[in-house]
Unconditional design. Sequence first.
Length: 148
Amino acid sequence: MAKSQNTFNKQDNEKKRLKKRKDKLQKKEERKANGGDSDFDSMIAYVDENGNLTDTPPDPTKKRKIDASTIEIGVSRREDVAQPTERKGRIDFFDDSKGFGFIKELETQEKFFVHVKGLLQEVKEGDTVTFELERGLKGMNAVRVKKV
């Protein structure tokens, strides 16, 4: 004899599904009996002068006029700070065969990449130089490098 394909889990799941359907119908009937469709005014929410949600309309006497041109969207503009265009540094490393090296700035001790194309004069390790910075693919690069 073959066993019934209707296992305990299947029966239990079917009972839960029927109970859920019954509860849903019961809630629907309760909503109809209590008031039917709710009106539009009861669904509106207002924002008061402090930015909080409320169900009462805002007081027109507390209304403030705001100039839309003063509203900044996004990041505020930075004031242009005069950055020194010419910096001083010392050649920390330079490989003539490969054509690149690094300059260590004297003030901040930061290292910047320098390529042979950015040199105005021949340099070697230990030389004090002046240079300017430009943004490269992997960071800031020293350009227009010349000896002091």
